[in-house]
Design a protein around this ligand. Structure first.
Ligand code: FES
Length: 169
């Protein structure tokens, strides 16, 4: 196992990573879960994250970057405090997903993969988030909101703006 003396991660995350590399027959199988945990902690996949994860998995940084560029849920720039993901896949599309997306764009004044100037919100158009039965749906960080109307979206955004969203830490 690679020895990391100066981890950029919290001791809890570093310990989780130490464990992750032991549970797969092939070490690099831990790459995607590791990147997701790293993103949760750091906010995005920074150069320092790439370097440490490559070291932990005995990979080239290029190997990590190749995987990073493949998965749209991994980002290389910081998201807003609240990352609003709007599903426009088939069920949501048929029930107004694009109207919800356009409404979010207008309300937040930003486009796909952009962040508001104050860093409070970012916006992403995403594929199915598994809430098809309750379409149209959005996810804000790890919080689902479904059966949406534009009026409900306004309420949800204002709740987060006021710092009262369900997953506000
Ligand atoms: S299609 Fe939108 S949640 Fe599945």
């Amino acid at each position: 196992m690679s020895t990391i003396t100066n981890s950029i991660f919290t001791p809890e995350t570093a310990a989780r990573f130490d464990h992750l590399v032991t549970i797969y027959p092939v070490k690099r199988s831990a790459l995607v879960p590791m990147l997701l945990y790293a993103q949760d902690e750091v906010g995005y996949i920074s150069d320092a994250v790439v370097t440490e994860i490559a070291q932990r998995l005995d990979l080239l940084e290029l190997d990590v970057r190749n995987v990073l560029s493949y998965y749209s849920m991994l980002r290389t720039k910081p998201a807003g405090k609240y990352n609003v993901q709007v599903c426009t896949n088939i069920s949501c599309m048929l029930r107004g997903g694009y109207e919800i997306l356009d409404h979010c764009k207008a309300k937040l004044g930003i486009g796909h993969k952009e962040v508001t100037p104050d860093g409070t919100f970012s916006l992403e158009e995403v594929e199915c988030i598994g809430a098809c039965c309750w379409a149209p749906a959005i996810q804000v960080n790890y919080d689902f909101h479904d059966n949406l109307t534009t009026a409900k979206v306004d309420e949800i955004i204002e709740t987060y703006r006021a710092g009262k969203g369900k997953d506000v830490k």
